[in-house]
Design a protein around this ligand. Structure first.
Ligand code: PXG
Length: 437
């Protein structure tokens, strides 16, 4: 029999398993802004879990909602049957998402949410008699989860290269990172609106009659935090509208307050046709995601369906009662505590503190927007990511959990963070930077 603390059987995701298991970083409890490690150390959560614990850890309201729901209705099927909380949560989400986006299809994760948006886009065009519109356009450096749809439109090479030929009929916009012109920008970078013009080239190549949708993260998160250049998203919107192409915003990270607004759509003043969301929808406590669509898409699908069931898609756990209860409680907390506005008010402070690191060892760029900041390090010769990995481990030893993508650190704290927490995150970064070569 294996020992309880044998680490071998669990194959950890996106982790260097061998290295981790030699020197594990294990958290055993969490409250507010802090985890507690197995060794009993307080670990400041500078990542909101994985961009999801927006209201901080161990929120009694969510815990109680889940407990209560368990004893009332633990599970209910969602195909051809319903239960109240899923409807209620969809209504609450519609209220805070952009106007005219009043229909929510529930999933269990961001990856499923993304794949759902892509499938809806294809089915919608077909329903309206435009079945030749099947191509999907993603973007280099995009992250849209790990389903085959998501990695096909995604643009992070390692997430794609091991997995065969992916979906056919996919093309990619160029990414918007322009270090030479935009290094150390605050908020949306000044230069790069014209990257959106590449969409016109892609359309010229394939013809709009073959293109269903363009999917982008309004702020690219996982690739290392790339706020969109000023005017870029508006331009994408207008090109998509002009050519009858759906615009999908993947708001798995930005939904529910990360930029200080309910959605990035709100923040940038650009309304897409479909939004994928997850993470903060339940404060990360119970897995859940969703695809939120414009009324016109929903109505068309229902009006034009060639079968009583208008969308052949869904998951056993779509709108799961426990997740729905957690979602409702999370949205109540966000509202009662005005957490989106709070994030917005804290973000100029985080911007200042983050940019005060400029000039420290190895730093080649600092970017920020909303309650997101990133610090990019010069990679070591021939060992991309090793400097970042070492810094992450140092930070853990100092009691701060941060996320790295290769050599770029992302600081994305829960929206309940206070100035002292922001100070601690960047003070420790400064210290750790002095200790690594
Ligand atoms: N879309 C976006 C924009 C995401 O950021 C997903 C889809 C997939 O969600 P799920 O729930 O299937 O994981 C994500 C996930 C990081 C990091 O380090 C980001 C994510 C996941 C893990 C790590 O930035 N985002």
């Amino acid at each position: 029999m294996k020992k309880i603390n044998d680490l071998e059987s669990y194959w950890m995701p996106f982790t260097a398993n061998r290295d981790f298991k030699k020197d594990p970083r294990i958290v055993c409890s969490a409250d507010g802004m802090y985890y507690k490690s197995q060794e009993g150390n307080d670990i400041l959560d500078a990542t909101a879990g994985l961009w999801c614990v927006n209201a901080g850890h161990n929120r009694r309201k969510i815990n109680e909602a889940i407990t209560e729901q368990l004893s009332v209705l633990d599970y209910a099927p969602c195909f051809q049957f319903g239960h109240p909380k899923a409807f209620e949560l969809a209504n609450r989400i519609s209220e805070i998402f952009p106007e005219g986006m009043n229909h929510v299809f529930f999933t269990n994760s961001g990856s499923e949410a993304v794949d759902t948006t892509l499938k809806i886009a294809l089915a919608y065009h077909r329903a309206r008699g435009k079945g030749t519109k099947t191509r999907l356009i993603g973007r280099e450096r995009g992250y849209h989860g790990v389903g085959f749809g998501g990695i096909s439109v995604g643009g992070m090479p390692r997430n794609r290269q091991y997995f065969g030929t992916l979906l056919s009929g996919v093309d990619h916009l160029p990414h918007t990172f322009d270090h030479e012109r935009n290094a150390f920008s605050r908020g949306e970078p000044e230069f790069g609106e014209e990257f959106a013009d590449k969409l016109e080239d892609i359309i010229a190549l394939h013809d709009a009659s073959t293109i269903a949708a363009v999917i982008v993260e309004p702020m690219a998160g996982s690739t290392g935090v790339l706020p969109p250049p000023k005017g870029y998203l508006k331009k994408l919107r207008s090109i998509c509208t002009k050519h009858d192409i759906l615009l999908i915003f993947d708001e798995v990270i930005t939904g529910f307050g990360r930029l200080g607004t309910a959605t990035a759509s709100d923040y940038f003043g650009v309304v897409p046709d479909i939004i994928s969301c997850a993470k903060g929808i339940t404060n990360g406590v119970i897995p859940m995601g969703g695809a939120v669509v414009k009324d016109e898409i929903y109505e068309t699908m229902l009006d034009e369906a060639d079968n009583p069931i208008e969308l052949f898609h869904g998951y056993t756990y779509s709108g799961h009662p426990i997740a729905a209860a957690a979602g409702l409680a999370s949205l109540e907390i966000y509202k009662e505590e005005n957490l989106f506005q709070r994030a917005s008010e804290l973000s100029p402070y985080m911007e200042e503190v983050a940019h005060s690191l400029k000039g420290e060892n190895h730093i080649i760029d600092i970017r920020n927007i909303g309650l997101v900041a990133s610090v990019e390090l010069m990679p070591r010769e021939g060992a991309i990511g090793s400097r970042g990995y070492e810094l992450m481990k140092r930070m853990w030893d100092k009691g701060v959990m941060v996320r790295f993508t290769q050599d770029t650190m992302a600081v994305t704290p829960p929206l309940i963070a206070e100035r002292k927490h922001i100070d601690e995150m960047f003070d420790k970064t400064r210290e750790a930077l002095k200790e690594i070569n």
